[in-house]
Write a protein that binds this ligand. Structure first.
Ligand code: GLC
Ligand code: CA
Length: 535
C-alpha cells in the first residue's frame, strides 16, 4: 500500500551523475548514462531519483557551482537528454527530483561577470555581497569559508565579495528582488520540463544577518560546522546556534513563496526537500511547516556511531520532532558529502543499519553505490578534485572518496563504468561488488536492498506509528539490542558481536546477515544483523 502524498514514505535514490554511468567514453557519467540505467534503478525498488547538479558549470565544486541553472553542462549532455531522462523515469513510474542551488552562483555566471564589469555601487553588484575593506584595511568580517580559508575574495577594483564555500561560488544577496525572481523562473523551468520536485542545496544559508559584524570565535565556529572535526559536544552545541549565516528567520519567507509556486502545479504533487544543517534540532521542524517545504534532511545518522543508545536517541528524537509538526522524518546513511556508511561503521554493520532504517516511518534516501556496500575509494592526493582538499592545503582530504564511480560489471576497473579513463581512480578490489556479480549472488548487499525495499512496500509503508521494544532507554537488559514494532512487523537489530536470542514468535521476513534460528517461541538474531519478524 502506498501512502499519500507519494513522498511521505518514499525511498529516494540519489544519483551523482558524474559517477553513475558514462555513455560516451569521456570518463565522466552523463544524462544518457543515467537514462540507460534507469531499469536498474527500477529493479532496486525505489520510488524516485534525485540527481545532483548537471547544470552548466566550470565544475569547481562538483557542479554545485552553477553558471547557468537553466541549461545542461555539455559534459552531461543537453536539455533534450534531460527531458528524455525525465520521460523514461516517468514511464518506469519513478519520480524525479533535481537539485536547486540558491545560496550561490558560479563566478562564471553572467550575473557575476556583469558585476565585475559594472563596478562598485552598481545594481549588478547588489545581487551579490560586495563590500569594501574596513577603514583599517581589514576584511569586511572575519567569517571563514566552509571549505577553509577566508570567506572573502578581492576583485580588481579592491572590493571584496562573500563566499561561504569556494571563491568560485559567490553568495547571492537574497534581499535583491531579482535574485528571488530568477530562482522562481528556474523552479518553473524544471517543473515545466517535467520534474517532480527539488532538493534545495544549503537551504538554511540564503539569508545573512549582520554581514559587517565579526564573529567572536570564527575558527571555533568553522570547526563546529564540520562533522569530521572532533570537538567537545558541549562546545559544538554552544557555537552552532551563533552561526550568523545559517538558519535565519528570513529563509522561511522565501520557502513560503516557493510553496505557493509548487502548489500552483496542483495535482502534480510537487515536493521539495531542504538541505538544512540546523541546531538545535527542533529548528528543522520550521522548514516543514504546512506552508513551507515538504521534507528536511535529517543528517543525524551520517555521523552516528554504531551504538544502540545513540541510535535510539537520534531516531526517536527525529520521529517525535516531526510528529510535532504532523509529518514524518527522513533518513540518510550516506550522501556525496560524507564518508560512505560501509567505510564508516563497517560492512556488516552498514547492512544491519540499512535494514533497520528501512522499516522506520518516513522517507529514506539511498546514495547510489550504498546498495552495493561500496566503500570509500582510495584516492592518491594528486587525483583529488574536491575544493575542500585544495583550500585546506591538503589538511582535509575532502569528499572525493565517496564520489568514485560505480562498478557495473567485469573483473577489472573501470568495471564497465566507462570505456575510457574514469575521472577518479577506481579500485581493482571492487570486482566482487559489481552490479553484475551482486545480482547473481542471492546474499549480496544489492539483493538485500532489493528484498528489503519490496518487503517495506508490502508491510511497512503507511501503517502508522512506531512502538519501541525494550530500547536501551526503556530498560533493556541488553544494550546491544535495538528494536521496534510497526503494524504486525517487529524489527530487531543486534549490534553485538555474538548472536542473541529473543522471545518472539512469527515468521522471519528478512535478515541482513547470517541465518536466524527459530524454535520454542524464540528466535536467534545473528551477530551484527537486523531481522524483520512478521507476527
Ligand atoms: C551542499 C552540497 C555540497 C556542496 C555545497 C556547496 O552542501 O551538498 O556538495 O559542496 O552545498 O554548494
Ligand atoms: Ca560522459
Amino acid at each position: 500500500m502506498k501512502s499519500s502524498p507519494w513522498w511521505k514514505e518514499a525511498t529516494i535514490y540519489q544519483i551523482y551523475p558524474r559517477s553513475f554511468f558514462d555513455s560516451n567514453g569521456d570518463g565522466e557519467g552523463d544524462l544518457q548514462g543515467v537514462t540507460s540505467k534507469l531499469e536498474y534503478v527500477k529493479l532496486l525498488g525505489v520510488d524516485a531519483i534525485w540527481l545532483s547538479p548537471f547544470y552548466t558549470s566550470p565544475n569547481k565544486d562538483g557542479g554545485y557551482d552553477v553558471a547557468d541553472p537553466r541549461d545542461v553542462d555539455p559534459r552531461f549532455g543537453n536539455l533534450a537528454d534531460a527531458k528524455k531522462m525525465i520521460d523514461v523515469a516517468h514511464s518506469l513510474d519513478l519520480r524525479v527530483l533535481v537539485d536547486v542551488v540558491p545560496n550561490h552562483f558560479s563566478d562564471q555566471h553572467v550575473w557575476f561577470q556583469d558585476a565585475l564589469k559594472a563596478g562598485r555601487g552598481s545594481a549588478e553588484r547588489s545581487r551579490f555581497h560586495f563590500y569594501d575593506a574596513n577603514p583599517d584595511g581589514t576584511l569586511p568580517n572575519n567569517w571563514i569559508s566552509l571549505f577553509g580559508g577566508s570567506s572573502w575574495t578581492q576583485v580588481e577594483d579592491g572590493q571584496f565579495y562573500l563566499h561561504l564555500f569556494d571563491s568560485s561560488q559567490p553568495d547571492l544577496n537574497w534581499e535583491s528582488p531579482e535574485v528571488a525572481a530568477d530562482f522562481e523562473t528556474t523552479l518553473r523551468f524544471w517543473l515545466d520540463l517535467g520534474v517532480d520536485g527539488f532538493r534545495i542545496d544549503v537551504a538554511h544559508g540564503l539569508v545573512k544577518e549582520d554581514v559587517l559584524k565579526d564573529h567572536p570565535d570564527p575558527q571555533g565556529l568553522s570547526d563546529a560546522l564540520r562533522l569530521d572535526m572532533p570537538m567537545d559536544p558541549e562546545k559544538r552545541y554552544g557555537l552552532l546556534p551563533t552561526v550568523p549565516f545559517f538558519d535565519r528567520q528570513g529563509v522561511h519567507e522565501i520557502y513560503r513563496k516557493w510553496r505557493t509556486l509548487f502548489d500552483s502545479y496542483g495535482d502534480r504533487d510537487v515536493m521539495a526537500v531542504a538541505e538544512a544543517w540546523v541546531h538545535p534540532p527542533v529548528n528543522a521542524t520550521r522548514y516543514v511547516r504546512p506552508d513551507e517545504l515538504h521534507q528536511v534532511f535529517n543528517f543525524d545518522l551520517l555521523d552516528a556511531p554504531f551504538i544502540s543508545s545513540h541510535l535510539y536517541d537520534v531516531m526517536s528524537r527525529s520521529i517525535e520532532l516531526m510528529k510535532s509538526v504532523n509529518t514524518l522524518p527522513t533518513w540518510a546513511l550516506s550522501n556525496h558529502d560524507s564518508p560512505r556508511v560501509a567505510s564508516r561503521v563497517g560492512e556488516q554493520q552498514s547492512r544491519a543499519l540499512a535494514l533497520f532504517v528501512f522499516g522506520l516511518p518516513g522517507s529514506t534516501y539511498i546514495y547510489a553505490g550504498q546498495e552495493l556496500g561500496l566503500l570509500d575509494g582510495v584516492i592518491p592526493d594528486e587525483s583529488r578534485q574536491d575544493p575542500i582538499y585544495l583550500r585546506t592545503q591538503g589538511l582535509q582530504k575532502g569528499r572525493d572518496g565517496a564520489r568514485v564511480p560505480l562498478p557495473w560489471n567485469g573483473d577489472r576497473a573501470p568495471f564497465g563504468f566507462t570505456s575510457g579513463t574514469p575521472w577518479l581512480p577506481m579500485q581493482d578490489g571492487w570486482k566482487e561488488l559489481t552490479v553484475e556479480k551482486q545480482l547473481a549472488e542471492p546474499k549480496s548487499s544489492l539483493n538485500l536492498y532489493r528484498n528489503a525495499l519490496s518487503l517495506r512496500a508490502e508491510h511497512l509503508v503507511n501503517i502508522g506509528d512506531i512502538e519501541w521494544i525494550e530500547s536501551p532507554l526503556h530498560g533493556s537488559k541488553n544494550p546491544s539490542l535495538l528494536a521496534y514494532r510497526r503494524g504486525n512487523v517487529s524489527v530487531y537489530m543486534n549490534l553485538g558481536e555474538s548472536s542473541d536470542e529473543v522471545e518472539i514468535t512469527g515468521k522471519v521476513l528478512i535478515v541482513s546477515a547470517g541465518t536466524p534460528d527459530g524454535r520454542d517461541g524464540k528466535i536467534t538474531i545473528p551477530a551484527i544483523s537486523t531481522l524483520w519478524v512478521q507476527h
